[in-house]
Design a binder for this molecule. Sequence first.
Ligand code: ADP
Ligand code: MG
Length: 329
Amino acid sequence: MGQQFWVFNFRRLRALSRELLPKSALISYKVSNMSDDLHNEVHEKAEILAQALPYIRKFHGKTLVIKYGGNAMTDPKLQADFAADVVLLKLVGMNPVVVHGGGPQIETVLNRLGKKGEFIQGMRVTDEETMEVVEWVLAGEVQQDIVGLINQAGGKAVGLTGRDGSMIHARKLKMLDNKDPSKELDVGLVGEIVGIDPSVVKALQDDAFIPVISPIGFGENNESYNINADVVAAKLATVLQAEKLVLLTNTEGVLDKSGKLMTDLSAREIEALFEDGTISGGMLPKISGALEAAKSGVNSVHIIDGRVPHVLLLEVLTEQAFGTMIRSH
Ligand code: ADP
Ligand code: MG
């Protein structure tokens, strides 16, 4: 840990103690006058805060790629909690990068236009009109909402699409039929990643900004591609040599055939789940991406429940395990 770390943290601590001093006097007064229940609650809080220290040290200066999607994205309270968590992680010295989806918001606009979203093997079938909606919704309202909430929580977020800084180079996805791999399925303007140039993300991180990225790529002829956000997050985590990839979703994690949470999955177990059909729909690209990232050196890869308030903070800063951890072997 360099000198800069200590100088930076010492300044922070000094500022924090100035702010907290009058409050701590108040707390000690309250502690001596509170009921047993409250007393226990305060101690529990202190325990949890103290538990965070080793994680703050371990992840200081490390990159965390976070895919933000599912219900966590549509409930206002969960949105605000998520933004606050991202800012806290940044302020204690980590480098969070947010990649967002926007399935429910895209669906709402498509429905208004009299269209209905169609998915094949977890990928949104994207004709020209759908592509326009995807770009408009993701890079517009959805991204700016997240940027606004992070800024409100005291961070400095910058919204980008894969076009910015020539970041995400894509081409039309060649998708084989899972049931008959000799057949190719056409899902329109869905892209697969040719390469990611992370220099714009790195430049922003160095300047204390929090990048918020819409999963849109550009092709050879400057055409736009709709890329699954989990796939973008996973590849970005690999390219940035991230310490962690965290995928927030709208289930507890990966569930088995009887609906029970699987807390831990290896590559071999995942293969079996693909084969027996336990994993379907949006979970297909999510798990493939997660596994790729784990195999390419991202140290910890987790699929967690975005419906739990502050789940991101709990995942990164406590010893409690959440959702499903994906292992590389
Ligand atoms: P997100 O916005 O998080 O990407 P998706 O709908 O794309 O959401 O993917 C999550 C969905 O995958 C779940 O809501 C669930 O319907 C589906 N799914 C398919 N198989 C599984 C499984 N084995 N465990 C959990 N979810 C699964
Ligand atoms: Mg999805």
